[in-house]
Design a binder for this molecule. Structure first.
Ligand code: NI
Length: 248
């Protein structure tokens, strides 16, 4: 069930059988010459819908703008400061916890969000641990990176080998091609981009990775590959979802 397509009574009925919710979280940032700016938000959103179909989970609206300061030298990119994203995650969890949700899976599409999501989880846990009454219910907070599951990693290695790269990857571009066939862009570039040597601010990133890609050759992306990657992610993460619901 999608929260945005439910009524408040639907959500009440759902809460009677489950207190878990999936929150896709991504980014709005350049993804190289043929990748969509929404890639990191679109991928977890599509996968979350697959998990809904497989498990009956509830999925909240996607947090579509993330921590992407290093992409700001490319037009169209947007970022939240780490402190802003922490506040967004805290308020999102607090809103849903007020209704009785206590299991939260953040299904993430952007490596640059990881540190900030973990910091937000620490803030939320600290708030509960430091509460004077000391009897606030615990919240189960899980971060799941869609590209980092056994089946997805194996398939991406099989399909793309060392051309997968670290940003504007063949896998993520394939997933958006599968989900948004009409938005496929021509791959008018050649070869693999510079290897990952790290980065600091936005200008530094642009100097090191002139067309936005890191180590990838997303001309290899195909909708059919995307379909298989989504299927692999849905299978693995549905198992993680069931495990989260079973936690005591
Ligand atoms: Ni990405």
């Amino acid at each position: 069930m999608q929260l945005q397509l439910a009524t408040w009574e639907d959500v009440g009925a759902y809460l009677a059988r489950s207190t878990g919710v999936i929150i896709p979280i991504g980014s709005t940032e350049q993804h190289g010459p043929n990748g969509l700016i929404g890639t990191d938000a679109l991928c977890p959103e599509v996968i979350a819908r697959g998990i809904v179909d497989a498990t009956g989970a509830l999925v909240a609206p996607t947090i579509s703008v993330g921590m992407a300061q290093h992409h700001m030298a490319f037009t169209g990119s947007m970022t939240l400061r780490p402190t802003t994203l922490i506040a967004v995650i805290r308020d999102t969890v607090d809103s849903l916890a007020r209704h009785g949700f206590d299991r939260f899976m953040f299904l993430n599409g952007h490596g640059g969000n990881i540190a900030t999501i973990r910091a937000a989880f620490s803030e939320i846990h600290a708030e509960i641990s430091l509460a004077r009454a000391g009897n606030a219910p615990s919240l189960h907070l899980v971060l799941k990176n869609w590209w980092d599951t056994p089946k997805v990693k194996a398939l991406s290695k099989e399909l793309f080998g060392d051309k997968e790269g670290d940003h504007a990857t063949c896998s993520e571009v394939s997933v958006t091609q599968f989900a948004y066939l009409d938005a496929i862009k021509p791959a008018a570039f050649q070869g693999t981009a510079p290897r990952n040597t790290g980065f600091g601010d936005a200008a530094d990133y642009r100097r090191r990775y002139p067309d936005g890609r890191i180590g990838s050759d997303p001309s290899l992306a195909r909708p059919e590959h995307g379909r298989r990657l989504v299927e692999a992610a849905v299978t693995d993460i549905s198992d993680d979802w069931r495990a989260l619901l079973a936690e005591t």
